[in-house]
Design a protein around this ligand. Structure first.
Ligand code: NAG
Length: 162
């Protein structure tokens, strides 16, 4: 009797394990992040950075082996400067990146490679349990930096360069 129960339990576990294996390949990742305007032209976020609504972003994955494009997807930021994209499938042997493509703000539409893209891991084997993947902020650089930036950067511990 005990044996029979153990057997049933073992086979139930097996079925569960198989089911979760199969699920891996139907995975849907939610990729989220923000697009900001670097109002200090320093290539990182400060407390006076602004968030850009209606910016176009693109997510692209490329194969590590032959560099072929496996996923291309576009999105737009909401009023708070957030974008969210759903990507299905596991992309373990690929390099996935989100790029800030264009900004509707004519005063803040300059692209620079340093803050234009962010990498994102879209695989179960990346050590992240959640299927929601947060990207580093990406953005554009403002034409002229705000006058308050000197103080802001000073507060952050940056020594002004003369
Ligand atoms: C930024 O916006 C200005 C004004 O609309 C436009 O002339 C310029 O071409 C834009 N620059 C980029 C890089 O899109």
């Amino acid at each position: 009797m005990a044996k029979a129960v153990a057997l049933i339990a073992a086979s139930a576990l097996c079925v569960l394990a198989l089911a979760s294996l199969a699920q891996c390949h139907n995975e849907v990742f939610t990729v989220e992040g923000k697009v900001y305007c670097d109002t200090c032209r320093v290539l990182f976020e400060t407390k006076v950075s602004e968030y850009i609504a209606g910016a176009d972003v693109k997510l692209q994955c490329r194969s590590r082996e032959d560099d072929s494009v496996t996923v291309t997807m576009t999105g737009k930021t909401n009023k708070d400067g957030y974008y969210r994209l759903s990507v299905s499938g596991d992309h373990e042997n690929e390099i996935c990146e989100v790029t800030a493509v264009s900004s509707p703000n004519p005063d803040c539409n300059e692209t620079v490679p340093e803050i234009r893209t962010a990498r994102v891991a879209l695989s179960d084997n990346s050590g992240i349990l959640s299927t929601v993947r947060y990207c580093n902020p990406i953005g554009f650089v403002k034409k002229e930096s705000l006058s308050s930036c000197i103080e802001v950067l000073d507060d952050m511990g940056f020594v002004p360069q003369v």
